[in-house]
Design a protein around this ligand. Structure first.
Ligand code: SF4
Length: 59
């Protein structure tokens, strides 16, 4: 979706930041299973549940 930010601009990575990770962020859109790649409401592309970016917001 064109209105989402790029992974690069949000400094997205496939690793958590201590206890902060996508699957406990309000913006995460889960995949079919807890381990599956999901999505994000604000960052484009496939999102690792254990990833992280600067827009992290605790759920
Ligand atoms: Fe992950 Fe960042 Fe999206 Fe939160 S905002 S789900 S930390 S990519």
């Amino acid at each position: 979706h064109a209105s989402k930010a790029s992974k690069e601009s949000m400094q997205y990575r496939d690793e958590p930041n201590d206890k902060e990770q996508c699957n406990n962020c309000v913006q995460f859109i889960p995949g079919k299973t807890p381990e599956a790649q999901g999505g994000c409401k604000v960052v484009e592309g496939s999102i690792n549940p254990q990833g992280w970016c600067v827009a992290y917001t605790k759920k």
